[in-house]
Design a binder for this molecule. Sequence first.
Ligand code: HSE
Length: 325
Amino acid sequence: MQGLCYRLPLMKTDGLKEVRVFAPATVANVACGYDVLGFAIDEPGDEVVARLSDEPGLRITKITGDDGKLPLEAEKNTAGVAALDLLKHLGMLDLGIEMEIHKKMPFGSGLGSSAASAVAGAYAVNKLIGEPLTKKQLLPFAMTGEASADGAWHADNVGPCLLGGIVFIRDNQELDIAQLPVPKNLWAAVVHPDIEILTKVARGILPTEIPLANVTQQIGNLGGLICGLIQEDYGMISRSVHDVIAEPRRQKLIPEFYQAKRGAMSAGALGFSISGAGPSVFGLCEGEESARKVGAAISSAFSKVELGNQLYVSKINQTGVRVVR
Ligand code: HSE
């Protein structure tokens, strides 16, 4: 990561005995920015509690909301891996810490579930030990946590989950990232249909080579979306939220995808696409009222074929991970 400069902790714990944090769900890709663009929403999200303990080392003592799927071993758990990587970097692996993880969003949902746990793990421990690192400096540790779950290295969920807002990644290896301006009235309607798609599968169906014409179109749309965000030009945003690379291949994994898309666009969405690797989908909207209409239209496309779904209507979340009481 460029220009990294750590403030080493003077005090080990800053007097905090326990900290509880919330890390929000994220919409990765935002149609035209495969692996390089993502934004955070207000809910759902994961919670992690970290507290000091007399027993040396990091232990995960409790996990809820995971149907028993997640390992309690810290070195096998995304939140644990991120926290351990941070503690190792700071030379504090012996510090006694107990961690609880409360999963509040489904796995394989396209909402950045593993990224949220990894971000929450690193952020909670950093807070507990007196915040030696800034949020941005936590990025590589949270990335290590997420990569332990899906094996891929892309910051389009971790970046916005950590920092909030809309995050652009110029280079995933260097973790060279920037927060983009967020137009005041930009909202999202995100719908999660009750099916699971493994990120690995959704990545595996993408071709390794893309026709030049598609690349040109996608670059134009990505540039257009960034310009639209900077200039608060909703027309430009709307013309740019198109994905000619991943969406045409991945839509077949999502039942009723085109019905949902038609519904969203007729209800006034600026654009519509797959959230991350899916199955969640999102409509980008100008204003809350529009987002509610668009959300209802998407949800009804799934409900018509009796596919259960959850709707989240949210302004772009500008805070990212945060301490909660
Ligand atoms: N950019 C990633 C993908 C997000 O589309 O595969 C998945 O977490």
